[in-house]
Write a protein that binds this ligand. Sequence first.
Ligand SMILES: NC(=O)c1ccc[n+]([C@@H]2O[C@H](COP(=O)([O-])OP(=O)(O)OC[C@H]3O[C@@H](n4cnc5c(N)ncnc54)[C@H](OP(=O)(O)O)[C@@H]3O)[C@@H](O)[C@H]2O)c1
Length: 250
Amino acid sequence: MRHRVAEDHMSLNGQRILLVGGSSGMGLATARTAALEGARVTIASSRQDRVDAALRELPDGCAGIAVDVRDETQVANALERVGAIDHLVFTAGDSFTPRRLAELDLAAAQGMLAVRFWGAVTVIKHAITRLRPTGSITLMTGTVGQRPVSGAALAAAGAGAAEALVKGLAVELAPVRVNAVRAGAIRTPMWDRVPEPQRDAILARLAQNTLVGSVGEPEHIAMAHLYLMRNDYVTGTVLDVNGGSLLTAA
Ligand SMILES: NC(=O)c1ccc[n+]([C@@H]2O[C@H](COP(=O)([O-])OP(=O)(O)OC[C@H]3O[C@@H](n4cnc5c(N)ncnc54)[C@H](OP(=O)(O)O)[C@@H]3O)[C@@H](O)[C@H]2O)c1
């Protein structure tokens, strides 16, 4: 039987969207785009000052909440305050410095997945009962999982784990849909941690390693997030948004 497209689900107007990691970068771009389409947006991240600064940039009516996704009690309380949601988008990620495994003690190695992977698991666990059956979850991964540089094995493992989690949860949580966006290099505040002039040099090299000749902007990811929230026939997928960087010579 032909799948009947539920047009009311394809519009984000009035939909409740929680963006964890929504105070910066890709999450903030998605928050802005979704809010302009009439969605009821709540952003969340660990620092209240960053949440407040982001809310000043967003259209009126958006809400914000401070929560450190490494702390399950904070996550449970935050999800309780947020209530029912249609779509959860998780883009939270902390700073990552490439380090070879031999130079890492095990606690530091485990800590590298604390926000990106275990944070996502924790938020999803506490969001499940609040997600509407017509809703979706979207996680964030990166091309590092497909083409890691030396020192990025743990980051690659985190990306691979998140992509496998997407498939497992798509089956387990159906009809709620679960997907991920696998991003190439995107110009966001994450890169501010790299001092100039190295930052420009790295981004220029990463731009050369694409087919389109540039790094991405947060709005490129926002478009992917909106597609995955709207299209109610897409689940268990990983959507590449990378300017073709996986098809160039290393
Ligand atoms: N930019 C790229 O080139 C790129 C490419 C591929 C994948 N990624 C990944 O995509 C994700 C988003 O990246 P982005 O570039 O948008 O980064 P970003 O601009 O630095 O934003 C990261 C967000 O995560 C939040 N966050 C960090 N630690 C948190 C915690 N413990 N609890 C809750 N929120 C936390 C930050 O807010 P607070 O500081 O307030 O906590 C911020 O809102 C990251 O996982 C990143 O590794 C990035």
